[in-house]
Write a protein that binds this ligand. Structure first.
Ligand code: DCP
Ligand code: CA
Ligand code: CA
Length: 361
C-alpha cells in the first residue's frame, strides 16, 4: 500500500481586512468592514470581508453593505484595494511555494502544498506548518491558519477549524472522526440547497451522510450524490496541481451607439491600447500576443489574435497590431457595437530580458 499523502491547506485570516489593519494599525481594535461604499445605509454593493470584531455584530462576506451598516454603524467601512491585496498575495505565495513539493494556488488568500516525501510523518508536517505560519507572519505581518491532512478536501476543512493563526492536523486514522460530527453543510462542496434536501432525508451530519446509500443519493442528486458520500468518508484523490496562470490584460468598450465610423473605432483602439499598456507597465510585464475582439450590432462576436516573434513592452506594438488585425477583418460597413484589445503571453520583466527595442537601439 502506498503511504498516505501529506497535504497542507494554508488560508489567510480575514484577508482583505487584515491587510488593511497591517497598513493602518489604528484599525486593529475596531470593527473593520471591507466592501462597497455603505453611503449611510443606502449603498447597494456587498461586504467582501470583515475582521473578527465586526463578525461579532453578525457581519459576513457576501451580505449587503446596507445591512452591515445597520448592524454596526460605528464600524470602519473601507472600499477594497484589490491591487494591494493581489500584491500581498503574490508575496505570500512566493514564501509558501518553497515549502512544497507540489504547489497550487487556490484563491487570492489560499494554497495547497503537497509535502509528501518532504516530511516523514504527520508530526513533522505539523512542525513544518508551524514554521510556515511563523515565516509568513515574520515576513508579511499577516496571520494564516493551516490544515494538515491526507488529502485536499480534509486539509481545506481543517484549515478553518482554529482561526486565527491556528493549526489543525488530521491524521489518516482520524479523518472519519474529524468529519462525522460536522453539519452536512460544512462539508466542502455541499451547498445550502443540497444540505436542506439532505436534512429532509434525515441526513444531518457528515457522519450520517457517510453511512448513506450512494445509490439512493444518486437518485436524488444525480452523479454528485455518490461523490458526496465519498467526500463524507474523507475520500479525495484529487492531486495538488501547479498550473500557470493563463493571465491576460485587456480593456474593451461598448460604443454609445453602434458605429461604422472608422475614425471613431480606430481612436477607441488607440485608447484601449493605451490603458492596457499602462497596466502592463504598472505590473512590469511583457507580452507576446495581441487579441482584438469585435462585436457587431447583431451581437455576433469575433476575436482575432497575432503572436509576435519576440517579447514586447511597447505601446506601439499593441496599437499597430490591434489596428492591423481590425483592418483585416472589418469590411468597412458593418456596424460595430463593442471593441476590445487584450494582450497575453505575459512575462515578468527581468533586467537581463531584452526587448526588441533594446536590440534595435
Ligand atoms: N471575498 C470576497 N467576497 C466573498 C468572499 C471572500 O471578496 N464573498 C474576499 C475577501 C476575503 C478573501 O476573499 O478577505 C478571502 O476569503 P475567505 O473566504 O478566505 O475569507 P477571509 O479570509 O476574509 O476570512 P477567514 O478568516 O474566515 O478566512
Ligand atoms: Ca481566508
Ligand atoms: Ca480563502
Amino acid at each position: 500500500m502506498e503511504p498516505p499523502r501529506i497535504i497542507l491547506h494554508v488560508d489567510m485570516d480575514y484577508f482583505f481586512a487584515q491587510v488593511e489593519e497591517r497598513e493602518n494599525p489604528e484599525l486593529k481594535n475596531k470593527p473593520v468592514i471591507v466592501g462597497a461604499d455603505p453611503q449611510e445605509g443606502r449603498g447597494r454593493g456587498i461586504v467582501n470581508t470583515a475582521n473578527y470584531i465586526a463578525r461579532e455584530y453578525g457581519i459576513r462576506s457576501g451580505i449587503p453593505i446596507s445591512r452591515a451598516y445597520r448592524l454596526c454603524k460605528e464600524g470602519v467601512f473601507l472600499q477594497p484595494n484589490f491591487a494591494l491585496y493581489e500584491k500581498v498575495s503574490e508575496r505570500i505565495m512566493k514564501i509558501l511555494r518553497k515549502f512544497a513539493v507540489k504547489f497550487e494556488v487556490a484563491g487570492i488568500d489560499e494554497a495547497y502544498l503537497d509535502v509528501t516525501g518532504k516530511v516523514k510523518d504527520f508530526e513533522e508536517a505539523a512542525r513544518l506548518a508551524e514554521k510556515i505560519k511563523q515565516e509568513v507572519y515574520d515576513k508579511e505581518k499577516i496571520t494564516c491558519s493551516i490544515g494538515v491532512a491526507p488529502n485536499k478536501l480534509v486539509a481545506k476543512m481543517a484549515s478553518g477549524r482554529k482561526k486565527p493563526f491556528g493549526l489543525t492536523v488530521v491524521k489518516p486514522e482520524d479523518v472519519k472522526k474529524f468529519l462525522a460530527p460536522l453539519d452536512v453543510d460544512e462539508l466542502y462542496g455541499v451547498g445550502p440547497k443540497s444540505a436542506a434536501v439532505l436534512r429532509q432525508m434525515n441526513i444531518k451530519t457528515v457522519g450520517d451522510l457517510a453511512k448513506a446509500d450512494p445509490k439512493l443519493l444518486q437518485k436524488v442528486f444525480g452523479v454528485i450524490g455518490p461523490r458526496m458520500v465519498a467526500a463524507a468518508n474523507g475520500i479525495d484523490d484529487s492531486p495538488v496541481v501547479e498550473y500557470e496562470e493563463a493571465k491576460s490584460i485587456g480593456r474593451e468598450v461598448t460604443f454609445n451607439e453602434d458605429t461604422n465610423n472608422r475614425e471613431i473605432i480606430l481612436n477607441a483602439i488607440d485608447a484601449l491600447s493605451k490603458d492596457t499598456h499602462e497596466q502592463l507597465t504598472a505590473e512590469k510585464l511583457t507580452f507576446k500576443t495581441i487579441t482584438v475582439k469585435v462585436r457587431y450590432e447583431n451581437f455576433e462576436t469575433h476575436t482575432h489574435a497575432r503572436t509576435l516573434p519576440f517579447e514586447s513592452d511597447r505601446l506601439s506594438d499593441i496599437k499597430d497590431v490591434a489596428k492591423k488585425l481590425f483592418a483585416e477583418v472589418w469590411n468597412g460597413e458593418r456596424k460595430v457595437r463593442l471593441i476590445g484589445v487584450r494582450v497575453s503571453g505575459l512575462e515578468k520583466k527581468t533586467k537581463k530580458q531584452k526587448t526588441l527595442a533594446d536590440i534595435v537601439v
